[in-house]
Design a protein around this ligand. Structure first.
Ligand code: SF4
Ligand code: SF4
Length: 388
């Protein structure tokens, strides 16, 4: 319709105030590729590449324009850009668990032995194109999670599995432990299969085929004899919910048994389980994957309501991306950083004591440049588990 209702919802338009950086313009480029088989100009391709794929434009469009689906379809028809060696290395690490496990102790040494400062100062990271990625490094947890977190048989209500994907086990350990603590308290033993793999979201964003990863995860979880598979990162959940094939046995099973852990806890919360009160004022940063894809953010507010006296405060521009955008923080560091600063200002203006967010990438990115400890972003599960 070209009505323009989506224009002001778009982060790249808000920053640039330029029509070619708006969804309306990008949709026209997609139409040219998909309906008219036209070749895009270099500038048009660049404007498409600048898109965060946050999908805020989908949420507001009165025509229910399926932007992400069109974008993925068009991406397959555009000439593939030559992947840099750093990007190839990143995908290799995501795809090969044993390579990650080899690298983790080296990364820990690098971060903890004082090597970081001289290597940064040498300029080597810039020359290798690794400066942006290096600035985001955070210390990993080295030991693996256990395969099973049991509870006493007398309290057992069921057995569920946790989806940790490729990074959460080592880079989001406090959240995984909070999830296990809460699930155990509700009467569920927790299984964490070590052969699960990445959800494939980053692959999808880069025009790579995620089907092998989806099929592998479906097979791994199908064989576990659990009643539910729970994810704590809304980005992974959005990917799995949309891309798993409903009509094959293992993928269809995973799709039917897949839940956002926030939703699962809310649905299965026993009346007798009371949490300790808190006087904190908390702001909820709503990830794009939660707000524009899963559309279940309201359940999170209800779940946080289980903490007596907790105050929830509004954040303005909660519909706008924080800049993380999957791997956007690495591919477009300057735009991503502008969006992060804008988000941090909004979060600061909310006056909250603490921020919570249900997506790993948002928390990781917002915390990576955080000097103000009151703006630290936790997963809501950490807050809930702390009040048990
Ligand atoms: S994508 Fe939707 S909201 Fe945007 S201009 Fe087209 S019809 Fe309007
Ligand atoms: S997905 Fe996000 S960045 Fe891309 S056009 Fe839509 S609103 Fe803009």
């Amino acid at each position: 319709m070209r009505c323009g209702l989506c224009v002001n919802s778009c982060p790249t338009y808000l920053l640039s105030q330029s029509e070619p950086e708006s969804p309306r313009s990008r949709v026209q480029s997609l139409r040219k590729v998909l309906s008219e088989q036209q070749v895009l100009t270099g500038a048009e391709q660049q404007h498409l590449a600048n898109c965060l794929q946050c999908r805020a434009c989908e949420t507001v469009c009165p025509s229910q324009m399926a932007y992400a689906a069109a974008f993925d379809q068009a991406q397959n028809q555009l000439a593939p850009s030559q992947a840099s060696w750093t990007s190839r290395m990143g995908f290799a690490l995501i795809d090969h668990k044993h390579w990650r496990q080899t690298l983790l102790p080296l990364l820990t040494l690098y971060l903890r032995t004082g090597l970081q400062q001289p290597i940064r100062a040498s300029g080597l990271l810039k020359k290798l194109g690794l400066a942006e990625a290096e600035a985001l490094l955070q210390s990993p947890s080295l030991s693996p999670l256990h395969r099973l977190y049991p509870i006493k048989k007398s309290r057992l209500r069921g057995r569920v599995a946790l989806f940790t994907g490729c990074l959460a086990e080592h880079f989001d350990r406090p959240v995984q432990l909070a999830a296990i603590k809460l699930l155990n308290a509700l009467g569920y033993e927790v299984v964490i299969p070590h052969d699960q793999v990445c959800c494939g979201a980053i692959h999808q964003h880069h025009g790579r085929n995620p089907q092998a990863l989806l099929a592998k995860n479906a097979e791994v979880f199908y064989n576990l004899e659990v009643t539910a598979v729970l994810y704590s990162a809304s980005g992974c959940g959005a990917m799995l919910s949309e891309q798993l094939a409903p009509d094959t046995e293992t993928s269809g099973w995973l799709l039917r048994h897949l839940y956002d852990i926030n939703d699962f806890l809310l649905q299965h919360w026993p009346d007798q389980l009371r949490l300790a009160a808190s006087n904190l004022t908390v702001a909820v940063h709503e990830p794009c994957s939660q707000r524009h894809v899963l559309k279940n953010q309201h359940n999170l507010y209800l779940l946080l309501g289980k903490i007596p006296h907790l105050q929830l405060t509004a954040v303005s521009e909660n519909t706008i991306c924080c800049g993380a955008g999957g791997s956007y923080m690495l591919s477009h560091p300057e735009t991503a950083d502008k969006l992060r600063r804008r988000k941090q200002q909004q979060l600061s203006n909310s006056g909250a004591d603490l921020i919570v967010s249900s997506n790993f990438a948002c928390r990781y990115y917002l915390n990576a440049s955080q000097t103000d400890s009151s703006l630290k972003v936790l997963h809501p599960l950490q807050l809930l588990a702390d009040r048990l």
